[in-house]
Write a protein that binds this ligand. Structure first.
Ligand code: ASP
Length: 467
């Protein structure tokens, strides 16, 4: 199966380039892309009921409830450790490679002056790091050019156009009270929670609560419900199987569509990569390190019988899907299937650990956010102190937990990380052009991370059935 998916993926990319070359882009968008959309919809509508029923079925099948609490704590702890590790890897790489310094010095001086201007405007006082290009006579010409009213307005307009809606979303989520996340986890109305893919944590909360209560009800009442839930769960699992049969074709359509919509000419692509290449490569190196070195190392260290090769073979359908959909939520049904059937983790563990992971554990996103923030600072000649870098560890961890499992969510939450160290949130516009591609890769990391952690938890709980 995974060979077929790879073929679909490669053909999709090839088709997109060919069709833009011969001017068939609109054909691709009108007649091929819709099938990619259908695929994502199919996966998404399966995800919520599958999470609901598989958690209820998993929890109600537990013989010992205290195991659930222990597993929950362990899961959250390991998720936290992997995320902090990912941010640290990102920070080390970006401080080592310094991708921001690859950019033309002249441009960076301009950026720095714009930054100082912005700080003065928003805080009323100048920058605090003791350097000021704005008042340095040596840069007077550049200062005049950069701070002319026309230049400022043009910059403002360009950025607002690109990121206006993202800024709004992040602004809304910034000013929330500290315990709001707990409040948000509890559903007000379960039907509403089920109908909104963004409220997955509420569905998880409900399902766990429902499952536990089910165990407390006399057998004669609970058994029919348990049988019913198990039956429905099987049906949804079968649906995943059926949809996946057509996955190679759907992946082809999805990638052809995504790339056709980018619709950049080769010259434009080259320009983008010239200025953002060093950044993209740094992010990619970090993400590939996580996928090919970090997770396999953990797996082989803790689960001896699961070899490097077997781990990838088991996970590859989910990984390719994560790459083509850029959404860990849409990939969730397939991740569950791969971890359960190929790696052999019991349903009790997957049904619980993976849905939580898809919503809160995003190692790829947090790594990328760390690299992006420091790169943007380097690009503006801003030196971040150790204290600020530690703040980034904290905020990138929280921001990745808060990111929804959908395309580009990480970019939106990056705004919060930038603000936490006093940088201009509008800078996300700078890395916007390469974001979709990096999003594909970081989603693979997010999904692989969830699978790794669930395998570890299963091993420690004696719930690894095969391998
Ligand atoms: N697309 C990612 C995911 O679904 C989130 C992100 O934008 O980083 O996992």
């Amino acid at each position: 199966m995974h060979v077929k998916i790879i073929i679909g993926l490669i053909l999709g990319i090839a088709w997109a380039f060919l069709s833009s070359y011969i001017g068939w882009n609109s054909f691709t968008i009108n007649w091929i892309d819709p099938f990619g959309q259908i695929f994502i919809r199919l996966l998404k509508f399966i995800a919520v009921p599958l999470v609901l029923f598989s958690i209820i079925s998993g929890v109600s099948g537990l013989s010992d409830i205290s195991k659930l609490g222990r597993m929950g704590l362990k899961t959250l702890l390991v998720y936290l450790v992997t995320t902090v590790t990912a941010v640290t890897v990102g920070l080390l790489l970006v401080n080592f490679f310094k991708p921001g310094t690859f950019i033309d010095e002249q441009q960076r001086v301009k950026n720095r002056i714009e930054y100082e201007q912005w700080v003065t405007q928003t805080t009323g006082v100048g920058v605090k790091d003791g350097v000021s290009y704005l008042t340095d006579p040596a840069y007077r010409d550049v200062v005049e050019e950069v701070t002319s009213p026309e230049a400022l307005e043009r910059m403002q307009q360009e950025r607002e156009q690109m990121i206006g809606s993202q800024l709004q979303t992040a602004e809304q989520s910034k000013e929330t009270p500290p315990l709001q996340f707990l409040v948000d986890m509890v559903p007000e109305n379960i039907i509403l929670s089920i109908s909104d893919n963004g409220l997955m944590l509420q569905v998880i909360f409900f399902a766990i609560f429902f499952g536990i209560t089910l165990i407390m009800v006399p057998k004669k009442h609970s058994q029919p419900v348990i049988d019913f839930v198990n039956g429905i769960n099987e049906v949804f699992l079968k649906m995943v199987d059926l949809v996946m049969k057509a996955a190679p074709f759907f992946v082809f359509a999805l990638l052809a569509g995504v790339i056709a919509k980018m619709a950049n000419t080769p010259a434009e692509v080259f320009e983008i990569f010239k200025s953002l290449g060093s950044y993209s490569v740094t992010v990619a190196v970090g993400l590939l390190f996580m996928i090919f070195i970090f997770y396999p190392l953990i797996i082989t260290a803790f689960v001896r019988k699961l070899s490097y090769k077997k781990f990838f073979k088991s996970m590859s359908p989910a990984q390719f899907l994560a790459f083509s959909t850029s959404s860990s939520a849409a990939t969730l049904p397939v991740t569950m299937e791969c971890v359960e059937e190929n790696i052999g983790v019991s349903k009790n563990v997957t049904s619980f650990v993976l849905p939580i992971g898809a919503t809160v554990n995003m190692d790829g996103t947090s790594l990328y956010q760390a690299v992006a923030v420091i790169f943007l600072a380097q690009l503006h000649l801003v030196d971040l102190t150790l204290g600020q870098q530690l703040t980034i560890v904290l905020t990138a961890t929280l921001a990745s937990i808060g990111s929804a499992a959908v395309p580009s969510a990480g970019l939106v939450m990056l705004i919060i990380v930038l603000q936490s160290v006093g940088l201009n949130p509008a800078w996300i516009a700078i890395i916007f052009p390469v974001d979709r591609i990096l999003d594909m890769l970081r989603t693979v990391v997010n999904v692989t991370g969830d699978a790794t952690v669930s395998t570890l938890i299963a091993k420690s709980e004696g719930e690894l059935l095969k391998s």
